[in-house]
Design a protein around this ligand. Structure first.
Ligand SMILES: [Zn+2]
Length: 257
């Protein structure tokens, strides 16, 4: 991918995987959508004009140099899709993670504060993408994905993309209660009661994802440390409300399938 086309528009993860593993994260820049979706919105479900989303998705494929992407209808659950050219041709499938050993098949998740998690094995024969919001992470989407992969966790490398950081993520009792008591100390900071209101916590969602990866035996984990609320290059649902979604995309480069 020419560096000039990436500048200011796309992020390429820096993580220790073979060059055949390709990945990128989009930002708000470089597309055709109008406010409040300006400009590289890749989600149909947020109220943007479908024709603009289609153009943005085509542009993403052109930039990546692939013909096909497996998009998902994400529902904060723990469904994992084994993606292939056939499943991708059939349109979005309800799941929060996908994996493939097929080459030149893009796997994407759409996010705006949830953390996109990328996985690849050290042989560069397998890639996966996971949509990690707090609900899906608590529900076990990370472990469900690792269970589905035909690879041992010790041979995987993980990369956490831009998502809400601990400083920006205030949660209430319903989130706190959903988290395993064992994990609360590592991922929650008690802020006490808001003035005249309910008790609040700050939640470190990336730390919860890392804890789940480690628990499953993944040792090589790289975090982008980018926050979608702090960094206005990204869409943020918590900051902006009605807004677009950016994508994390991963694929195996190469000829054949
Ligand atoms: Zn932040």
């Amino acid at each position: 991918m020419p560096a000039a086309r990436l500048a200011g528009t796309l992020i390429e993860p820096e993580w220790p995987v073979p060059g055949r593993v390709r990945a990128l994260v989009t930002t708000r820049a470089g597309g055709v959508s109008e406010p409040p979706y300006e400009s590289f919105n890749l989600a149909y479900h947020v109220g943007d004009a479908a024709a603009r989303v289609r153009r943005n998705r085509r542009r993403l494929l052109t930039i990546a140099g692939i013909d096909r992407v497996q998009w998902l209808d994400q529902e904060h659950g723990r469904c994992v899709l084994a993606a292939s050219a056939d499943t991708a041709a059939g349109g979005p499938i309800t799941a929060d993670a996908s994996w493939t050993m097929s080459r030149n098949l893009g796997l994407a998740v759409l996010v705006a504060d949830c953390v996109p998690l990328l996985l690849a094995n050290e042989d560069a024969t397998l890639v996966a993408v996971v949509h990690c919001g707090w609900r899906g992470t608590v529900a076990g989407i990370v472990g469900a994905t690792l269970d589905a992969l035909p690879e041992t966790p010790g041979r995987l490398v993980a990369w956490l993309g831009p998502g809400v950081c601990a400083d920006c993520y205030e949660v209430g009792a319903e989130v706190r209660d959903a988290i395993d008591p064992d994990e609360r100390q590592a991922v929650l900071v008690d802020e006490g009661p808001a003035s005249g209101g309910d008790r609040k916590w700050r939640m470190d969602l990336p730390a919860l994802i890392v804890a789940r990866l480690r628990r499953s035996g993944v040792r090589r984990i790289v975090s982008s440390s980018a926050c979608t609320i702090c960094d206005s290059r990204y869409y943020s649902y918590r900051r902006d409300g009605r807004t677009g979604r950016f994508a994390a995309l991963i694929w195996l480069e190469g000829s054949g399938h």
